[in-house]
Ligand binder design. Structure first.
Ligand SMILES: Nc1ncnc2c1ncn2[C@@H]1O[C@H](COP(=O)(O)OP(=O)(O)O)[C@@H](O)[C@H]1O
Ligand SMILES: [Mg+2]
Length: 390
């Protein structure tokens, strides 16, 4: 049989590219991995990493489309193609950097432009949905290997929230027999994975804790008239003062209190949410930024206390937010009993972590292995997530 999978199945290990561009819309994380095996005994080695930032107009186009009020099918169509080609550019650079001719497989998350995890009334029925764009055909065409994309929708079809998706790979890579492991990612949104010592996949708890950098980023853009996209090193927030009344109001948040499984996004913590913060009172913008930074930390701490069966000894932080010392300071203050560590402190690469997850999820899809974590997404049963482009 001539099917491309037959050749890939026979290989003892495969070169798999993982591509991630998250809700921050900062750019594309591209990682080259060597994956050996599949399922519970999978081994992964990181061979190279490339980050390709989006230029300002592309970022603006993504954020505008995410807002849902601007942009129609023309934009969805054109931006989908534009992103598909940018993914291909990122992979070309990655392969150049690593001196690699051709990958065996690519896993591409795509760019979420809409995510509706709640049942929503529509055309006389209720439904949910998720849309990732960035056409994988451009990757398949250029690199001549299978590309797995559109992971989330299959979990949704099985009754899940389509998020979070990293718990399955975190279970594969980080679970310990002897200690509880808690992993917090701080991207646009914050999400936590709790892996009790010796747990099975069914015993993993994972959910979005609330905003990661999303609210802070929006405030920084307003504070700097769009010249800065994020609070580099947390310096701006460090120069502000937390407004206790506003922080209390933010903590009184229906999303926080909801029991997992749960997921959130720009639809909840986007521009409209920031408008409400600004309308709270006549405060300096840096103080509102300091408060939003404290809120990200407090929401993580609150969720951990409320939803973990016991506090872990360590919380390992990844994602762009782990580069914000002001945020980490607030987190340490809110969780004095827990040791807060970054991936870098453990000798791991936090930037590549989510991209590695999509390489692994693609590898599982290649073998027809279920790759969602129903305990995290709420799906009725395990499914194989991912559409395959040959
Ligand atoms: N040096 C830094 N200082 C402070 N914040 C940073 C730094 N680097 C990145 N970030 C934050 O991390 C975000 C990107 O995080 P990332 O993990 O890529 O999120 P996503 O998965 O949503 O793209 C940026 O928008 C910014 O808010
Ligand atoms: Mg990113």
């Amino acid at each position: 049989m001539n099917h491309p999978f037959v050749k890939l199945w026979a290989k003892p290990s495969r070169l798999v590219v993982g591509l991630m561009s998250g809700t921050s819309a900062d750019g594309i994380d591209a990682v080259l991995t060597r994956i050996t095996g599949s399922g519970p005994t999978t081994k992964v080695e990181q061979l190279g990493f490339h980050f390709q930032p989006f230029d300002a107009p592309t970022r603006r186009a993504i954020l505008d489309l995410c807002g849902g009020e601007t942009g129609g099918t023309r934009e969805v169509c054109l931006l989908g193609t534009h992103l598909g080609r940018l993914y291909a550019d990122a992979v070309r650079e990655l392969l150049k950097k690593t001196g690699t001719e051709q990958p065996d497989l690519i896993g591409c998350h795509g760019q979420t432009v809409y995510h509706i995890p709640e049942e929503t009334a529509y055309l006389g029925t209720t439904l949910r949905g998720t849309l990732q764009i960035g056409d994988p055909s451009y990757l398949a065409e250029e690199f001549g290997c299978p590309v797995v994309s559109d992971f989330r929708i299959r979990d949704m079809a099985a009754g899940g929230l389509g998020a979070p998706l990293v718990p399955y790979t975190e279970f594969l890579l980080y679970r310990s027999e002897i200690e509880d492991v808690a992993l917090q990612n701080i991207g646009g949104i914050g999400n936590i994975t709790l892996l009790p010592a010796g747990c099975t996949l069914d015993e993993v708890t994972a959910f979005d804790t609330g905003p990661g950098n999303m609210v802070m980023d929006e405030l920084v853009m307003r504070l700097t008239g769009g010249t800065m996209h994020y609070d580099d090193g947390g310096r701006l927030a460090a120069s502000g003062r937390v407004i206790p009344e506003l922080l209390d109001r933010m903590m009184d948040d229906p999303y926080l209190k909801r029991k997992p499984p749960k997921t959130t996004g720009r639809e909840y913590y986007g521009a409209e949410y920031v408008e409400k913060l600004l309308a709270f009172g006549d405060y300096p913008l840096v103080d509102i930024l300091a408060t939003a930074t404290a809120f990200t930390a407090r929401s993580i701490a609150w969720s951990l206390r409320r939803f973990a069966s016991r506090l872990p000894a360590r919380l390992v932080v990844a994602g762009g937010g782990s580069r914000n010392p002001t945020l980490l300071g607030f987190l340490r203050e809110a969780l004095p009993e827990v040791k807060i560590q970054t991936h870098e402190e453990l000798g791991l690469d936090s930037d590549a972590k989510e991209a590695v997850a999509f390489a692994l999820l693609a590898n599982e899809a290649l073998f027809g292995n279920c790759n969602n974590a129903p305990s995290a997404t709420g799906a009725r049963h395990p499914v194989v997530m991912g559409r395959i482009n040959l």
